[in-house]
Design a protein around this ligand. Structure first.
Ligand SMILES: Cc1cc2nc3c(=O)[nH]c(=O)nc-3n(C[C@H](O)[C@H](O)[C@H](O)COP(=O)(O)O)c2cc1C
Length: 190
């Protein structure tokens, strides 16, 4: 039996990322915030979307610079992820206070967070006002991986990354591999 509830956006699993943006001038390392509303939206060109409330300090930074970086944190950084989702860059230097390292991007002015094993440099191509959130759709112009999370052939080792997912107010990590993409279709002769 199905139980109908009020409309929600409780898609699971939903990754939790840190989205960084350039600061407002020399000597400003930039800022980042925790984002749960993030997703892949296009392959060619490669695009990701992040939904940010206009009230966030980061919203103004990204709207002005038209650039951001999606940083995939490891579960080891859960404390920083949680705090960055409460503190605002208006009152805090989150890089310094949370002990994270800003690295210059190769293609954008927004900083990479060095401690995050995967970083996507993005240029804003669209900004959509959806309601509570604005959706920034960014074209990924460079992707960076810690070498420890890649195998000898340059492929991502999923077990080397411990991404964080948000489920109804709780942080969870991923479990074990349960299959290979296309295997079931192949078994049926496709
Ligand atoms: C797990 C988690 C997920 C969040 N997801 C979003 C989100 O998708 N969009 C958003 O605007 N704020 C989100 N927030 C809230 C912001 O991270 C928070 O308001 C932050 O302090 C804003 O920082 P800023 O003012 O420096 O930009 C989330 C917070 C947490 C803890």
């Amino acid at each position: 039996m199905k139980i109908e509830r009020r409309p929600t956006t409780a898609l699971i699993p939903n990754p939790v990322v840190l989205v960084s943006a350039a600061g407002r001038g020399p000597g400003d390392a930039g800022n980042f915030l925790t984002i749960g509303w993030v997703g892949t939206v296009c392959s060619t060109p490669p695009m990701v979307g992040v939904a940010i409330r206009p009230s966030r300090f980061s919203h103004g930074l990204i709207a002005a610079s038209r650039e951001f970086v999606v940083n995939v944190p490891d579960a080891r950084h859960l404390e920083a992820v949680d705090v960055a989702g409460v503190w605002s860059g208006r009152e805090h230097d989150k890089f310094a206070e949370l002990g994270l390292t800003a690295l210059p991007g190769s293609k954008v002015g927004a900083p990479l967070i060095a401690e995050c094993p995967i970083n996507f440099e993005c240029v804003v191509r669209h900004q959509l006002a959806l309601g509570s959130h604005d959706l920034f759709i960014g074209e990924v112009v460079a992707t960076h991986y810690d070498e420890e999370v890649l195998d000898g052939r340059g492929r991502l080792k999923p077990h080397a990354v411990h991404p964080i997912t948000l489920v109804d107010g709780e942080y969870w990590s991923l479990g074990e591999r349960i299959g290979l993409q296309g295997a079931a279709a192949k078994a049926r002769g496709k």
